[in-house]
Design a protein around this ligand. Structure first.
Ligand code: ATP
Length: 536
């Protein structure tokens, strides 16, 4: 972990600025930065250093663009910078280097569950009409993609492996004979551990069988009529940290050592093949078990990402719950490696805070339940809610039916355009709903002021969902193929840090809470929604 993070001015105009761990700092026109240009706001960017991941989250607050490594950032957008990245406080001007001290350790090939800090630029308020600057891939990622495509083609050399969905899924022994009883396993931390003793493998040879009991147990199960099937997340491949051949050779070597026939599925990215989502399981059931129906009562799934809490200093908590949730989604009997191989009694575990199976549809849509829509002859409704809280869903399925014009920054491009759309609609005598996240008083004030200018009442509708519920909705949106850019966890943290509880003092005529009332058009949408889609 870094001990310090510095913002170092490349023009050497001022002493370097210290950025404390996990504290939001505002950078802009100030004595500290010696920036005098009025184009630079006093609050041009908000930055948040994270010493554990060696990353700096930058959120642009000022109206003029800032820049990151030559790429423009726009109002409301965020970027994640790593050690030695350059922040241009105004795009093309006031270049500052991000320096962690001591610097991050050099990258080594790692297992899937480790992420290397890489610079990413995201729209905080995810854009449907994406800014092309933000969409453009960094030269780095282009190199990685090209490399990956090439490697994917070259991988034919590793016997038995095939690639599906442009390399999102790798399958070993797809046509292996089907069986009804399936013993499924995760790999890292379940069948193997590192030889080096490090948490993450150093190279593809850094592995050994986890428990001496593993090969015998697998052989016995195979003899008893079980098919041995592996489901492993290896998003390090898409991230460019692993090669396809490297992982395939490593896995094939592990299976040779186990001495039992194995069928394997590898999810290489972050999409719907990644556990706990069921992409790999569905592929296995539908296309790789020779048409044999799985006996769900007898079949088992074993994995170490089981949500077990820490045991004092003896054992860290599990890094994720994805194996347990994958088994739950698939309706498979789940065991930890210790329970399965060593005969431990059921181990304690924690479930995620948000359980999609428990969404309560008995609540009233609004609190107070007597809330009228519309309430006034012409009015403005300002939404407040995390990305994925359902603002657009409610605006388009409910408010527009009641004659509201929906103003959404992702669609229109800027809050200024939302104001113009709002003013035009009010002039034409239409209600307006402002469908943006609006976490703080400052972002809401613009709409309140514009409504007051037109002497029109303005109400605030606050979406009453937890952060994890909204993260779930966001994943659901991703998997259901909606045209919406991905929203990262960083954006959720940023919303949380900026959030100010709406108050009547801001000028609202009323504040209403909006409950999440599930409303699905198709059974398959509901089925997907009710699965665990988050890993923790
Ligand atoms: N009441 C609901 N019933 C079923 N699905 C819903 C409901 N509300 C939202 N969803 C689904 O949840 C996902 C997120 O909803 P939506 O896009 O409306 O969120 P949002 O608050 O507008 O997000 P953002 O601020 O990121 O644009 C979508 O896939 C949407 O279909």
């Amino acid at each position: 972990m870094a001990g310090k993070c510095w913002l170092t001015c490349l023009a050497n105009l001022h002493p370097r600025i210290h950025l404390p761990n996990r504290q939001t700092c505002t950078i802009g026109r100030s004595r500290d930065t010696k920036i005098k240009s009025k184009r630079c706001s006093k609050s041009q960017v908000e930055v948040l250093a994270d010493y554990t991941t060696y990353t700096l989250t930058v959120h642009q607050v000022g109206p003029n663009a800032s820049g990151v490594n030559g790429t423009s950032l726009l109002y409301g957008n965020t970027a994640q910078l790593k050690h030695n990245d350059i922040l241009e406080i105004l795009q093309g001007e006031y270049h500052h280097r991000i320096e962690f001290e001591p610097p991050p350790p050099p990258p080594v090939p790692k297992e899937d569950n480790q992420t290397n800090p890489t610079t990413t630029v995201n729209s905080e308020m995810p854009r449907r009409k994406a800014n092309t600057d933000l969409k453009r891939k960094s030269p780095d990622s282009e190199e990685r993609d090209t490399g990956r495509t090439k490697r994917a083609k070259e991988q034919k050399g590793v016997p038995g492996w095939e690639e599906y969905d442009n390399g999102d899924l790798l399958v070993l022994n797809k046509d292996m004979e089907g069986r009804a009883k399936i013993a499924c396993y995760d790999v890292d931390g379940t069948l193997i551990t590192t030889k080096s003793g490090k948490v993450f493998a150093v190279g593809y040879d850094d592995w050994k069988i986890l428990f001496s009991e593993v090969p015998g147990k697998l052989k016995q199960l195979h003899k008893d009529g079980f098919k041995i099937v592996i489901f492993t997340n290896q998003a390090g491949i898409a991230a460019g940290k692993h090669t396809v051949e490297g992982i395939q050779k490593k896995l094939s070597a592990i299976f040779d050592k186990l001495g039992v026939p194995v069928q394997a599925f590898v999810s290489t990215g972050k999409g719907s093949y990644r556990k706990p989502a069921l992409g790999m399981w569905d592929f296995f059931k539908d296309k790789a078990n020779g048409g044999v129906t799985v006996d769900m009562k007898e079949s088992v799934y074993v994995g170490d990402a089981a949500g077990r809490p820490a045991e004092g200093k003896k054992k860290k908590k599990d890094f994720s719950k994805s194996d347990r949730l994958f088994a739950l989604n698939a309706d498979l009997n789940f065991f930890t490696p210790e329970e399965h191989f060593l005969g431990y009694k059921t181990q304690a575990f924690e479930m995620p805070e948000f359980d999609p199976r428990d969404v309560d549809d008995s609540l009233p849509m609004f609190d107070p339940s007597s809330t009228k829509v519309p309430k006034h002859k012409v009015e403005v409704v300002v939404c407040v809610g995390y990305p994925g809280s359902g603002k657009s869903f409610l605006a388009s399925t409910y408010f527009t039916d009641h004659g509201y014009i929906q103003a959404n920054r992702d669609l229109l491009g800027s809050w200024q355009k939302c104001i113009s759309a709002m003013e035009k609609s009010l002039q034409d005598g239409h209600h307006v709903i402002i469908d943006n996240t609006n976490p703080d008083a400052e972002s809401r004030k613009r709409y309140i002021d514009a409504a007051k200018k037109f002497k029109v009442p303005v109400r605030c509708f606050v979406f009453n969902l937890t952060k994890d519920h909204c993260r779930h909705n966001n994943k659901y949106r991703e998997f259901s193929g909606t045209d919406h850019s991905k929203v990262s966890d960083m954006v959720y943290n940023m919303y949380k840090s900026r959030y100010e509880e709406p108050s009547l003092k801001e000028g609202f005529d009323d504040i209403v809470k909006v409950n999440f009332i599930p409303n699905f058009r198709k059974k398959k949408d509901e089925d997907l929604y009710k699965m665990f889609l988050l890993e923790k």
